[in-house]
Design a protein around this ligand. Sequence first.
Ligand code: MG
Length: 300
Amino acid sequence: MDRRTFLQTSLFGCAAAVVGPAVSGLSSSCTAQKPAAPELKLSFQERIACGDSLGEKLDFMEKLGVVGLEVNGRNLTTRFEEIRQSIHGRNIKISAVCAGFEGFILAADPKVKTAFDTSMHELLAAAGELGALGVIMVPAFNRQTPVLPHTRETREFLCEELHALGEYALKYQTSVILEPLNRREAHYLRQVSDAAALCRDAKSEGIKCMGDFWHMSEETSDYAAFIAAGEYLRHVHIASRGRRKMPGEDGEQDNYISGMRALKELDYPYYISFECGTLGERAVTVPAAVELLRKQWQKA
Ligand code: MG
């Protein structure tokens, strides 16, 4: 068999594997052609890693194979150069920017709303220039008052505002990522599917949503929540499920497999980002959490 015939036979074998099992006996050497399972892309918020400086933290992350850094949006414009320099030449990207704007989008006080608009625009520009997937936003925390009433008109207003904000975000190749919380912190937006419906109704590609395994105690099913979010899902937060510590610190409760299975089925290409504390030594609890998540991802 010459090289050309060999290649043709091999290619046929691969095609047979795609066609179906009846003719797939030819194809055992083609298993490498199967689409690879989506990889687990882990990200840390800045306070998760060991290290005094940002550089030390990034070194720690690289050793663990963590490929995303989620930065706090507060003072982002003044820290912009430091952050950009710190990831230069590393296998770490800025995954997302966590809040950091002033005011809130559902503020009833026009001054607070204006402060939100101005600061959110600045933040979106900086996030986009850092290559972040988006800026994480909660429409209104329970503690934020005076707030627009929870009515149909307010939802329509929110969708119009989100549309404009989403279009602005797109100019900087980034997005606004809506984060549902639990009812103790934000009754306005509590479920991933509700956030996804807002994305749909905002009618802008620049509006996306996320799920946070900690807040997802509001959900009846992690799997269903992520599947419902589908194409709108742009980010995920993770913590232990009892006390919001490192995944694994709450033992058996820290099972993320059904949610991870949904992410795999969605071919979710974005990050799962740590947002949590720890009761132990970070040098021990953080690598253990990374290992636990890798094992569960494999099982999912
Ligand atoms: Mg969160």
